[in-house]
Design a protein around this ligand. Structure first.
Ligand code: TXA
Ligand code: MG
Length: 508
């Protein structure tokens, strides 16, 4: 193909297949793996503007790309070609080769406009390749994205999943998925927040119920709408890191390290507060919890509002957190001023909360970023303070995130590991981490992940709990996850969902 005049050059998308287009499953063959939610709709929209190339990091995955390209074409997506991305071992994530040469050749052959092109993937090398090409790199948190987030350099676009890259790619309308908030909705919601209103909005973890964190009355309304006790403090959400020094009087160097590694993303840091933060937001504590979410709609809302927004999960106090706008509508619909729809939340469990005490950094709540990953970045272990009920010091709850009963469905839940117990009666539900053979006698079955992938389990957990809860069962038996990585957050939520102590306050 000859060279074209620069005016007719098309920008390209170079998309990593494993973990970016396909849900990441090392064991399954690519023909069995499903697409990341919303990817087909995204590609159909993107192909109008971009030439779409797909590829893999290793030679083997580039070969596999051909069959994925075929599957995409069957679905009506025009794939311009297959291209190798940075080389990497099939598993174990060895450092990837950064070689723009093959893509430069593809660009010359196809008449591509590299400065307006993007490389998108779940490894830092993908984003770096985009930059090395003279275009842009976009990093997704699906696949291995959360695992390698701390290795990503500064200045890259980070999105929860591929469809969330719409905004960064300049595609319109500016929303992630069908029925998802438009730019005008975001502007309206931001104005409502500034005027003291309360707005439910998507984050990559769960939906939040937001109010201007600096407006005492608005914050009080959030407590009232949620039915949340005033001793349980809220997280201040920010889009701009400059808010940290206005909200926190001191930022330990370790906290800075974590911010660099994981923001924007599902990590909350508890720091000493400044007088700017009203006591009602922190329940009178001398500390404030701060988080910079990664979700495109949350970021646009926060940036537009120009204020820190405190937001508990948008559920009635003590119930399962919402992972879709539908969940929020069902429970809080007419009690909030606005609900922004951002589609289902890709991470599905709340942010990890880390505090800094004289004894060192400690884990206050396991969540979307694994403790192992945080420890790797810190180069030291986290002191564990979860799972022991709320911590009270001099009559004040110092770590209210630890309330035992939390995230609770109405149906009683019993946790198990290993063999599936036989159902005690016909009105028993079963929640499994992955499919099992010979499971009989249960009235309802929810399988959280076809391959037992923990990220997928996390993203499906709360919606599955809600579906089971709606069935009026006598009891649900729930299988626990392995106690590693995201499994820690998943098991934490399962334990709290099954806790039944009388008199134990229910949590957020
Ligand atoms: O992923 C998330 O963090 C979601 C989304 C909406 O961002 N938010 C969320 O908020 O889970 P909430 O309010 O449901 O849970 C926040 C937890 C509470 O358990 C609260 O007690 C704890 O954070 N927390 C807030 N401020 C704190 C502080 N100063 N010290 C210790 N814990 C704090
Ligand atoms: Mg909550």
């Amino acid at each position: 193909m000859g060279r074209r005049a620069s005016s007719s050059l098309r920008p390209a998308l170079f998309l990593d297949i494993e973990g970016t287009i396909l849900v990441c499953r090392e064991e399954a063959s690519s023909s069995e793996r499903e697409f990341v939610p919303g990817v087909l709709e995204f590609l159909k929209e993107a192909q109008a503007v971009f030439s779409v190339f797909v590829g893999g990091a290793s030679d083997a995955s580039t070969v596999r790309s051909a069959s994925v390209a075929e599957r995409l074409r069957e679905q009506g997506v025009a794939i311009a070609g297959i291209c190798p991305l940075g080389a990497q071992a099939a598993s174990g994530c060895a450092p990837r080769r950064l070689d723009p040469e093959p893509l430069v050749r593809v660009a010359a052959e196809h008449g591509l406009d590299l400065p307006r092109s993007f490389v998108i993937g779940d490894h830092p090398a993908d984003a770096e390749l985009g930059r090395a090409l003279g275009g842009k790199g976009v990093y997704v948190l699906t696949g291995h994205g959360l695992r390698h987030r701390s290795e990503l350099g500064a200045g890259f676009i980070v999105v929860p999943s591929l469809p969330d890259a719409r905004h960064a790619l300049g595609l319109g309308p500016k929303h992630s998925r069908s029925a998802v908030a438009q730019r005008s909705d975001v502007l309206e919601a931001a104005a409502l927040l500034r005027e003291g209103g309360i707005v439910a909005f998507p984050t990559e973890t769960v939906y939040g119920l937001g109010a201007n964190a600096l407006d005492t009355k608005a914050v009080a309304r959030v407590f009232a709408v949620k039915g949340r006790p005033s001793f349980d403090p809220l997280i201040a959400h920010i889009a701009d890191v400059s808010w940290v020094e206005r909200l926190a009087s001191f930022v330990p160097p370790l906290a800075l390290q974590l911010m660099e590694a994981f923001w924007p993303g599902p990590l909350t840091l508890v720091l000493p507060k400044t007088p700017l933060v009203p006591d009602v937001a922190t329940a009178g504590l001398p500390t404030v919890a701060i988080r910079m979410p990664a979700h495109e709609v949350a970021r646009a809302l926060l940036a537009e509002a120009g204020i820190p927004v405190c937001a508990p999960s948008a559920n009635p106090f003590g119930y399962v957190s919402p992972t879709s706008a539908e969940h929020v509508r069902a429970e809080l619909g007419d009690r909030v001023d606005c609900i922004l729809d951002g589609g289902p939340c890709p991470v599905g469990v709340e942010s990890t909360i880390v505090g800094f005490g004289p004894e060192g950094p400690h884990l206050l709540r396991p969540g979307g970023i694994t403790p192992e990953h945080i420890e790797k970045v810190l180069g030291q272990p986290l002191v564990e303070r979860t799972g022991e009920g709320s911590v009270v010091n001099k009559g004040q709850v110092v770590a209210p995130g630890m309330l035992k009963r939390h995230y609770s469905p109405k149906v009683p839940m019993v946790l198990f590991e290993g063999e599936v117990p036989p159902p005690p009666n016909p009105r028993t539900g079963l929640l499994l981490q992955k499919p099992r053979e010979h499971v009989g006698g249960y009235a309802a079955l929810e399988v959280l992940s076809e391959e037992g992938d923990l990220a997928e389990v996390a993203s499906n957990l709360f919606a599955a709990l809600r579906r089971l809860d709606a069935l009026n069962l006598d009891v649900v038996f729930a299988e626990m996850a392995p106690e590693v990585g995201l499994g820690r957050a998943i098991n934490d939520r399962l334990r709290r969902a099954s806790a039944r102590e009388r008199g134990t306050p229910r949590g957020s």
